[in-house]
Design a protein around this ligand. Sequence first.
Ligand code: SME
Length: 167
Amino acid sequence: MAETLAFSRGADRKTIYEEMAPQIEALLAGETDVTANLANAAAALKEAFGFFWVGFYLKKEGQLVLGPFQGPVACTRIDFDKGVCGHCYTTKQTVIVPNVDEFPGHIACSSASKSEIVLPLFDATGEVFGVLDVDSDRLDDFSETDAEGLGRIVKIIEAAVRANYVS
Ligand code: SME
């Protein structure tokens, strides 16, 4: 696996998503351990984009349970019908929240978090087995560029871990 990441520091996010997608694919290739792969994916996204918080919640024991992440400590368990993560899980859609204070039921793990994007991770049968959650300490920090760029990376992560994920 690659030991260092190469990306254009200071470039626009679209450019960095394009640079990072193949590197994340290479980073996860050949490793079957789910925790190891999700941990490296979170670290790569944190390093490339400097996100305030980036990590995974995984379907486990009838809830979404905190998985590998980078950033401040976070809430450990989210009910399927709660928060932005639960909304993503139940609707199976990417959710962009420009202002978390205006999202009914938003779960504030940190008062510094201002906007958020959450993407579903699908197993081979089309069921959601987890979500990728990215938080920003700036309002309105996520756009369709992030939905597309992270969406491409989520497909790579799904392919690398879904065969080995046991909820
Ligand atoms: N804000 C999320 C909870 C997870 S933290 O942001 C890390 C939510 O409302 O689901």
